[in-house]
Design a protein around this ligand. Structure first.
Ligand SMILES: C[S@@+](CC[C@H](N)C(=O)[O-])C[C@H]1O[C@@H](n2cnc3c(N)ncnc32)[C@H](O)[C@@H]1O
Length: 304
């Protein structure tokens, strides 16, 4: 089967298995493209492994945030402030945008990767970090994340967490007291357990992220692309990403992928401890600590 022949199969798969129930608009567009694969041809410019519906949709969103700003399609995408419901107007506007920006879309598909960073996952990691802190009597922790993207999961002490049972009969808020609402990460607790250790205070001594294609939050174009990868109805995810912005030092991690010879980049994040007016995690790798002196932490977290 050629790549062009695979397109309708791939769009049907995404419509039925990946998007249905999660994004009404993308699911509708994927179903639409199943019957009109010629419209999706810009995606063929991407390497085969990247020829996925969500890459084309991210490229479309990126154009709506840049050269195609003001196009009527934006009116259907809540992440861009659009309030129109999915429907015939959505597919008509999508068709027009693709027809008028084919070359730009192909260029984006050829050069960009789907890139995500889901801060909400920190709500799942936080109990483990609390438990680790408990085990070492409050010794500072050192965080290392493989596949860190923009590094949002390296900031578990900057979020507040709201755990709740599905029926709301038990709720608990913990973490950073003064966190603004986009940084209050919600987590539904199912089953009989409760994430008790999430309430144990943690002290983060250092944070290191490793990634083959890291997102530099100081690079506005990279951030625009990251935002473009958010599905249209997931406005809350967009808000969390906008509110969290680690600053970082950069280096190269040369042993990341010996099989492919790929070199990854590491980040050392530095963040100011909220409200304290002093450096909390240190301003650079190996120079952590409120007084600028070296601090050692317990190596705790490896997330992918
Ligand atoms: C799905 S994202 C997850 C980002 C983040 N950990 C999160 O949960 O939000 C996966 C990340 O892994 C990175 N990645 C994939 N393969 C890698 C490799 N071999 N070495 C380092 N990073 C890799 C990607 O660039 C991407 O940023």
């Amino acid at each position: 089967m050629t790549d062009a022949e695979r397109l309708p199969v791939m769009f049907r798969h995404f419509a039925e298995q990946e998007l249905d129930g999660y994004s009404a608009r993308y699911a509708q567009l994927a179903r639409f493209l199943t019957d009109r694969p010629a419209l999706a041809r810009p995606l063929l410019a991407a390497p085969r492994s990247q020829q996925r519906a969500i890459l084309l949709f991210a490229a479309v969103q990126y154009l709506l945030r840049t050269s195609a700003a003001g196009h009527p399609l934006a009116g259907y995408l809540p992440v861009l402030g659009g309030a129109r419901p999915a429907g015939e107007g959505l597919t008509a506007a999508f068709t027009d945008l693709v027809a008028t920006h084919r070359a730009e879309l192909a260029e984006l598909c050829a050069t960009r990767l789907i890139q995500t960073n889901e801060a909400t996952r920190a709500a799942l990691l936080r109990p483990g970090l609390g438990r680790a802190a408990e085990l070492v009597d409050g010794c500072p922790l050192t965080l290392v994340e493989l596949g860190t993207s923009a590094g949002l999961l390296l900031l578990p002490d900057r979020y507040a967490y709201h755990y709740a049972t599905p029926d709301g009969s038990r709720t608990q808020r913990t973490g950073r007291d003064e966190a603004p609402s986009p940084l209050v990460l919600g987590c539904e607790v199912r089953g009989r357990g409760w994430p008790e250790p999430a309430t144990v205070p943690i002290d983060v001594a250092a944070r290191t992220g490793v990634d083959v294609a890291p997102v530099d939050t100081a690079d506005s174009d990279a951030v625009t692309w990251l935002r473009s990868c958010v599905w249209p109805e997931h406005v809350d995810r967009l808000e969390t990403r906008s509110t969290t912005s680690p600053t970082k030092r950069r280096g190269t991690w040369s042993t990341c992928s010996p099989r492919t010879g790929q070199r990854a980049t590491w980040w050392s994040c530095s963040t100011r401890r909220p409200g304290s007016g002093r450096a909390g995690a240190g301003t650079a790798a190996g120079r952590g600590g409120s007084a600028g002196r070296a601090r050692r932490g317990l190596l705790t977290l490896v997330a992918w």
